[in-house]
Ligand binder design. Structure first.
Ligand code: AMP
Length: 211
């Protein structure tokens, strides 16, 4: 059975972009807790209303809310997933360990410098559902403001403004070390240098996950 992948990395480190490539080339399912939460906000569901402000400020949504949403979107018996944006802290890492019990997985850490991430995020544009991701400087759409694949208008996420990006970085830096240690001690962690072109990062991931 193909192993599941847990993508770890700061916002803007390329997890979503690489997930999209791997879904297309290798048949993984992509599950992004950020995308699931944004969909709830768009639907104006009860959950969406609860999380809207927390997300707009770049803070973390409570573990309980996120895990419920995650679980209802998984079918581990028949699919191999890329977990993108989950886990965000050590408690979530332990919860995911339970969810995945018996299913093989590997954690992939996307290493990148903070200032580069700010640059990437403030230039990021996506489709409304977050599925297709562009960068105004390094990966612009063929027609400005329009998705190459779906033809829909691209948007800037509310939390991709510089002030919110900086608080998201702080949240990330304060919670991720423990998570990295957790997977490292379990011998389940590989690292890629995410500060390279999309294709080079992709090749590096393939090499690590297929070795
Ligand atoms: P992302 O799309 O992964 O950058 O996530 C966007 C926002 O959604 C984060 O800043 C959090 O507010 C929230 N979020 C996404 N995943 C999680 C998670 N695993 N735990 C808590 N909050 C999350």
């Amino acid at each position: 059975m193909k192993q599941n992948l847990i993508f770890l990395g700061a916002p803007g480190s390329g997890k979503g972009t690489q997930s999209a490539k791997l879904v297309e080339s290798k048949g993984y399912e992509h599950v992004s807790t950020g995308n699931l939460l944004r969909a709830e906000i768009q639907k104006e569901s009860e959950l969406g209303k609860k999380v809207k402000e927390v997300m707009a400020n770049g803070q973390l949504v409570s573990d309980e809310l996120v895990v419920e949403l995650l679980k209802t979107n998984l079918n581990l018996e028949s699919k191999a997933y890329i977990f993108d944006g989950y886990p965000r802290n050590i408690d979530q890492a332990k919860t995911l360990e339970d969810i995945l019990s018996g299913f093989p997985y590997l954690a992939v850490y996307f290493k990148i410098d903070t200032e580069k991430m700010v640059e990437r995020l403030t230039n990021r544009r996506t489709t409304k559902d977050g599925k297709y991701i562009y960068n105004l400087k390094t990966n612009p759409p063929k027609q400005p403001g329009i998705c190459d694949v779906t033809g829909e208008e691209l948007v800037q996420r509310k939390d991709d403004t510089e002030a919110v990006v900086r608080s998201r970085m702080e949240v990330f830096n304060s919670t991720m070390n423990e998570v990295l240690e957790y997977y490292s001690e379990a011998n389940k962690l590989v690292k890629v240098d995410a500060d390279q072109s999309m294709q080079v990062v992709y090749d590096a991931i393939i090499k690590k996950i297929e070795q």
